[in-house]
Design a protein around this ligand. Structure first.
Ligand code: ADP
Ligand code: MG
Length: 666
């Protein structure tokens, strides 16, 4: 594989950024802040860190950090690519770090990491002293963590005038980023005026024209239509790979299956078609195919989420199909429900998607919507800070010692109702006091665990319920969000049968516990056992690793995992069954995710406003229940599902979250 990959890519010296190398190094040397603007694929992510490394920015042992969106694929593939160019093993000079997976070492000088992880590093190293340069990549995507990082770095720069901040952006928001960092007219920061503080560098794009096609009539089933378009292109266009944008993994799996079905009808001897998926959770061995050249006489059809819009570059794309939708984090402060919602893309996004077709030569973009629909799209996507549950972020900011959350220097301010709602939630969880101070030890410990506040709270409570061991297993599997089971439409019936081996009537969490224990005793040495139980062997191995990392985190916080001799204790809480103790413990964290089953089998949230369905992979699917708590909400084919659902009792909600449920009743 390696030789083949190398062949396909432009030598770095030919990338558009190469011409700007000297100017770039001069600017970074001279000014604290550099904003770099350039088309996707111009070499910002892969080349800038290498230039800096060679120019001596790491000579004293410092590290160059490059933050990636919270997307596994982006950090891992880019790091792998740069390690290859540098000629080192991944984890040596070049490494990456994402949640629960650190592939870096003392030798690492260029480190790709998620923006969320860099935020976490500030807990131990508030001025980020290990780093000489910090590059916030794809800042225009305005992820919640990268927005927060911008605000924090602005503060760090005042205390560390020698630090260099590079902000990369694919669009023309460059001036906003510069203005945010620089002193206003007449003011100085560390003796530097506005003109002395930062610069914008633009890489000239060399884009080929892209011919845009709209539909005359809207379609109802964009997956079906997308597949037809792929086949039309394949049958009528002489060459060029296809890139199809769909909102999420489910649609992608469906489209791949449908394309695979139709391939069998292709006339023998004609060019072959190879459908390939690309999404954030894709295992790394499968990611590779996307970047490799197709075999001879074969056209690639890459079916991707938004990730191929700007985060990763794929060469040789000539045809782009844009379904017009994207999955975005959406938060409703009145119901407190956060989910990934499928919504229309923005004009900026549609333009960026079309641009993917014009990198190698003139291309074509097929928009699966009408021109009128396009005209109704918003200009750009609202930043994540305006549509997210802010509880995890506020908890982190407080733990970083930010004295007043409302007056923090946000790149753009969050709506006050989201801040209020997050504070309420943190208060109900016991993480902050009525005076809005972080509680000790609970609040600080919650902030330090790399888990959602709800899961962190349940795990930190586990010792009092005598179920720390069990909760560690459950927490590890919850972080994999549903990847432990190999589930797709075609195997749900069989999966259900197999799952019953592990299933308990109380619901999914204890079922997951049984799965984990069976894996440890049997499956770990037996990949075949995993396959026959529809368990994803790699995901289960990952769960074991995550579990051990969480145990180490707890030990660091002074919570002894090994001395949890719950089974030998008696009396009090220990007179309850293990199952009840675990479910009560979960309730102390997930009380806000409570719902009640109605006679028709759907669930109503505690505030009665949303109808939810048990996900088909849940052991409570088509089963009777009363009150439950759930881990996650997901949307699929227009329905809202809850995943990882467990039966609880209403009394527990009142017992463990009196504040929250008193507020609710008012
Ligand atoms: P930018 O950050 O400006 O969008 P990149 O530095 O990501 O550009 O990409 C520069 C070049 O490196 C592109 O030609 C791209 O095809 C290649 N490249 C980027 N990522 C990978 C990867 N994971 N594997 C192989 N080649 C890659
Ligand atoms: Mg990039």
């Amino acid at each position: 594989g390696t030789a083949l990959i190398a062949e396909l890519y432009k030598p770095p010296a030919l990338l558009p950024i190469a011409q700007l190398k000297d100017a770039l190094l001069y600017t970074i040397e001279t000014y604290p802040v550099t904003i770099i603007v350039g088309e996707t694929g111009s070499g910002k992510t892969t080349q800038i860190p290498q230039y800096l490394h060679k120019a001596g920015w790491t000579a004293d042992g410092s590290v160059i950090a490059v933050t990636q969106q919270p997307r596994r694929v982006a950090a891992t593939t880019v790091a792998a690519r740069v390690a290859e160019e540098v000629g080192c093993q991944l984890g040596q000079d070049v490494g990456y770090s994402i949640r629960f997976e650190d592939v870096s070492s003392a030798a690492t000088r260029i480190k790709f990491l998620t923006d969320g992880l860099l935020l976490r590093e500030m807990l131990v190293d508030p001025l980020l002293k290990r780093y000489s340069v910090i590059m916030i990549d794809e800042a225009h995507e305005r992820s919640l963590s990268s927005d927060i990082l911008l605000g924090l770095l602005k503060k760090v720069l005042r205390k560390r005038p020698e630090l260099r901040v590079v902000v990369s952006s694919a669009t023309l928001d460059a001036k906003d980023f510069l203005d945010f960092f620089c002193p206003v007219d007449g003011e100085k920061i560390n003796g530097k005026s506005k003109e002395e503080y930062g610069r914008i560098i633009s890489i000239e794009g060399r884009m080929h024209p892209v011919d845009i096609n709209y539909l005359i009539e809207p379609v109802s089933d964009y997956v079906e239509r997308a597949v037809e378009t792929v086949m039309d292109i394949h049958n009528n266009e002489p060459d060029g790979d296809v890139l199809l944008f769909l909102p999420g993994r489910e649609d992608i799996d469906d489209a791949i299956d449908m394309i695979a079905d139709r391939i069998t009808d292709l006339a023998p001897g004609t060019q072959r078609l190879q459908p390939l998926p690309l999404y954030a959770g894709l295992p790394s061995d499968q990611q590779l195919y996307v970047f490799q050249a197709a075999p001879e006489n074969t056209r690639k059809a890459i079916v991707s989420t938004n990730i191929a819009e700007a985060s990763v570059t794929i060469e040789n794309i000539v045809h782009v199909i844009d379904c017009g939708y994207v999955k975005l984090r959406a938060y409703d402060p009145t119901t407190g429900i956060e989910r990934l919602a499928t919504v229309p893309v923005s004009k900026a996004s549609a333009t960026q998607r079309a641009g993917r077709a014009g990198r190698t030569k003139p291309g074509k973009c097929y928009r699966l919507y009408t021109e009128a629909a396009y005209n109704a799209f918003s200009d750009s996507t609202p930043p994540e800070i305006q549509r997210s549950n802010l509880a995890p972020t506020i908890l982190q900011l407080m733990n970083l010692g930010i004295p007043n959350i409302v007056r923090f220097d946000y790149f753009s301010n969050p709506p006050s109702e989201l801040v209020v709602r997050a504070m309420d939630m943190l208060f109900s969880l016991g993480a902050i006091s009525p005076e809005a101070k972080l509680t000790k030890p609970l609040g600080t410990r919650m902030a330090e665990l790399p888990l959602s506040p709800m899961l962190a709270k349940a795990l930190l409570n586990a010792q009092t319920f005598g179920c720390l061991y069990e909760m560690l297993h459950i927490a590890a599997l919850l972080t994999l969000s549903g990847t432990a089971f190999i589930a797709h439409d075609g195997n749900l019936k069989q999966l259900d049968k197999v799952k019953r081996k592990f299933a308990v009537e109380e619901g999914d969490h204890i079922t997951l516990l049984n799965v984990y224990e069976a894996f440890i005793t049997t499956g770990r040495k037996d990949a075949q056992w995993c396959r026959s139980n529809f368990l994803n062997y790699k995901a289960m191995q990952k769960a074991v690793s995550v579990r051990n990392q969480l145990a180490r985190h707890l030990e660091k916080l002074g919570i002894s995992v090994s001395s949890d001799l719950s089974a030998q204790r008696a009396g009090g809480i220990f007179s309850l069954s293990p199952s009840e103790r675990i479910r009560r413990c979960l309730t102390t964290g997930f009380f806000a995710h409570a719902a009640r089953m109605k006679p028709d089998g759907t669930f109503q949230t505690a505030n009665g406003e949303t109808t939810l369905w048990a996900h088909p992979t849940s052991v409570l699917f088509h089963r009777k229940a009363d009150w439950v708590i759930y881990d996650e909400i997901m949307e699929s084919k227009g329905k809202v599902f809850v995943r990882e659902v467990t039966k609880i009792e209403m009394d527990w909600l009142v017992e463990y979250a009196p504040e929250y449920y008193r507020v609710k009743q008012r």
